[in-house]
Design a protein around this ligand. Structure first.
Ligand code: SF4
Ligand code: SF4
Length: 190
């Protein structure tokens, strides 16, 4: 059994790198400059909101919703088995406005819904990601961002992003994650 198969929450493997990684987040959304892969169902949901999103977009964005998403592609890391990437427009995700705000999140909040009610899961999770059935750190994306600080950070990603993890795993799942971390740290002496 490999190291990351020892820890599982709701059927999802936990890569131990999640327990030990540190991080500092201090910019206004450079991570959104590359867009994101959404599940097919998320893509459908976001498209159903287009009449709400269009009025929130500014001149740096395209209001032509046919330009918002790439072609769907198969991907087993998505619940439906199909991923759909958001397009890049003027060097950033089509949904990012000139102030560095995601109009999907902005719209949810303006309408009194939870801030992440309509946002793609991988946007909420970053700098975590799910890769081959494991919750892990999205090193590939972090490395191409000049603002993300993985080495110089003083706070554990797990603590920095606890709200995101609770949203994803639930209170019980997050509690289990912290117990796994304690167990891992005392076992490895890290
Ligand atoms: S996660 Fe990284 S790129 Fe995104 S806002 Fe934080 S520092 Fe910036
Ligand atoms: S959908 Fe929103 S949060 Fe996700 S990459 Fe685009 S602008 Fe950023």
């Amino acid at each position: 059994m490999s190291e990351n198969q020892q820890y599982k929450i709701n059927g999802l493997k936990i890569d131990p790198v999640v327990f030990t990684s540190k991080f500092r987040c201090n910019c206004r959304g450079e991570c959104c400059n590359y867009g994101v892969y959404t599940d097919f169902a998320e893509h459908q949901h976001i498209m159903s909101l287009k009449d709400e999103l269009i009025p929130l977009m500014d001149e740096t964005q395209t209001r032509d919703f046919r330009q918002w998403f790439e072609e769907p592609e198969e991907d087993p890391d998505f619940q439906s088995g199909i991923a759909v990437g958001t397009e890049i427009h003027q060097g950033k995700c089509v949904f990012l406005d000139k102030q560095g705000l995601c109009v999907i999140q902005k719209n949810s909040m303006l309408r009194g819904r939870h801030k992440w009610a309509d946002k793609p899961l991988y946007c909420i999770l970053f700098p975590f990601t799910i890769f081959e059935g494991s919750l892990t750190i999205d090193d590939e994306h972090i490395e191409r961002l000049s603002s993300c600080n993985r080495e110089g950070g003083e706070t554990y990603i797990m603590d920095f992003c606890n709200e995101e993890l609770i949203h994803f795993l639930g209170e019980e799942g997050y509690k289990q994650l912290t117990e796994y971390r304690q167990e891992y740290l005392s076992k490895t002496g890290k």
